[in-house]
Design a protein around this ligand. Structure first.
Ligand SMILES: NC(=O)c1ccc[n+]([C@@H]2O[C@H](COP(=O)([O-])OP(=O)(O)OC[C@H]3O[C@@H](n4cnc5c(N)ncnc54)[C@H](O)[C@@H]3O)[C@@H](O)[C@H]2O)c1
Ligand SMILES: O=C(O)[C@H]1O[C@H](OP(=O)(O)OP(=O)(O)OC[C@H]2O[C@@H](n3ccc(=O)[nH]c3=O)[C@H](O)[C@@H]2O)[C@H](O)[C@@H](O)[C@@H]1O
Length: 388
């Protein structure tokens, strides 16, 4: 419940505010709504096209926070209510985006429109109405590491200077235009530059968040259960789907790319600190990730297989993984980030935030959720005779 007399990091009382949260019905939005309703006195204007992931927060009417959340079903591409809702709030948080890699090279126009063009009015309305903005960007703006261009046997590849990603120092390195994978990262980079410029020239109070592979319950969908059968979600849901169906996990191009995964509940703590400490968060770009949870995608597959076996009580399949080419899996124009380790200096200094949960522990709680939520439905779907 809302805690009385809570103070910020500088000892000042935190006043209840109204937050216009765009994309509130998605993975991150659902966790942020939950946190705000359970642990703060703030009000939420929740905007999204869908609300399935926050249904439990909206119904029944008897929920204790019923007067602190209002859902508005709208598409920000074309809805005249947007400016009015931003004006009603003290702070806007923009989460709305197409953000699944399978879309970047197959639907590059939708990807660019969603991540740049559709975000423009949000920035404009915040700037014109002197409203604070927290905008969700991505670690993909770093693209590839400098180290990935060194010869394979170069000892410099081991030097953190060639791979650690720093908000105020690292370059953004994307592949050629024909590698349409980078349509998302490039659109996100341009909206970051626009927001930064609105801050510099027009005094917009902004914070930019660069999430590094946040994962946990409610991420994406399980194909054929609560999303399209042919859909390709992000890696957590792809691997969960394979484990639930007892099929081999597909390793794209050998699963050699590296990622650092952070538990959604740790990451949401960082966002709450940004919300409640504007003086420390405004004007900053923050990496939010867990540098200690680095694995190759192959190692992730192996760990998820072990954890799922423990959670479900079923033995691991005999053939746990299978290699597939990126062209086969994602189609023409796919490319990849080789390695993503966030530098944590700025978020440590400004907000004193550190992630807590190990990769094993976060996979254990997430796969427990996946098993409880989907195992029966997947069994039924598999048992259904296919139409001839
Ligand atoms: N999950 C991660 O680890 C991660 C990593 C990097 C960046 N991000 C960024 O964080 C944000 C949220 O990511 P997520 O993982 O919660 O994704 P998500 O797809 O689960 O949530 C996005 C939500 O935005 C909504 N939306 C999209 N377009 C809209 C529109 N035109 N009008 C209204 N609503 C719209 C969608 O319906 C969805 O509910 C995105 O901007 C994404 O690029 C997420
Ligand atoms: O989460 C993030 O921080 C950002 O990165 C993600 O990009 P990426 O990490 O490449 O996407 P995933 O789908 O999570 O894939 C991770 C890796 O696993 C691989 N993969 C994915 C799925 C699969 O079945 N098998 C497989 O080997 C991919 O090729 C990639 O190398 C998405 O672009 C965004 O959601 C977000 O902005």
């Amino acid at each position: 419940m809302a805690t009385a007399n809570k103070v910020d990091l500088d000892g000042r009382p935190i006043k209840p505010i109204t937050i216009c949260m765009i994309g509130a019905g998605g993975f991150i939005g659902s966790h942020l709504c939950e946190k705000l309703l359970l642990e703060t006195p703030h009000k939420i204007l929740a905007l999204d096209v869908y609300n399935d992931k926050i249904k439990h927060l909206l119904e029944p009417d008897s929920l204790p926070w019923v007067d602190r959340i209002q859902f508005h079903r709208l598409n920000i591409k074309h809805d005249s209510r947007l400016e009015g809702l931003i004006k009603m709030a003290d702070l806007t948080i923009n989460l709305a985006a197409i953000c699944t890699p399978a879309d970047y090279n197959t639907r590059p126009l939708d990807t660019i429109y969603s991540n740049f063009i559709d975000a423009l009015p949000v920035v404009k309305y915040c700037s014109e109405n002197n409203k604070r903005l927290i905008h969700f960007s991505t670690c993909e703006v770093y693209g590839k590491t400098i180290g990935s261009f060194l010869p394979k046997d170069s000892p410099l590849r081991e030097d953190p200077a060639y791979y650690i990603l720093k908000e105020d120092a690292s370059p953004c390195i994307f592949g050629p235009i024909e590698k349409q994978r980078w349509s998302y990262a490039c659109a996100k980079q341009l909206i970051e530059r626009l927001i930064y410029a609105e801050g510099a020239e027009n005094g917009l109070e902004f914070t930019i968040v660069r999430p590094f592979n946040w994962i946990g319950p409610r991420m994406d969908f399980i194909p054929g259960i609560d999303g399209p059968s042919e859909g390709v979600p992000r890696v957590l849901a792809c691997f969960s789907n394979a484990l639930l169906r007892r099929e081999p996990l597909k390793l794209v191009d050998g699963g050699q790319s590296q990622r650092t995964f952070v538990y959604i509940k740790d990451a949401i703590e960082a966002v709450l600190l940004m919300i409640e400490n504007p003086a420390r968060a405004n004007g900053h770009i923050f990496n939010v990730g867990n540098p200690h949870n680095e694995v190759t995608v192959r190692q992730l597959a192996e760990m998820m297989t072990k954890v799922y076996s423990q959670v479900s009580g079923e033995p691991a399949p005999e053939v746990p993984t299978v290699d597939v080419s990126s062209k086969e899996f994602y189609g023409e124009g796919y490319d990849d980030s080789d390695k993503r380790i966030p530098d944590m200096t700025i978020i440590n200094r400004q907000l004193g935030w550190n992630p807590k949960t190990s990769l094993w522990d976060l996979l254990e709680s997430t796969l427990t959720y996946q098993h409880r939520t989907y195992a029966e439905a997947v069994k039924k779907a598999i048992a259904k005779p296919t139409c001839s």
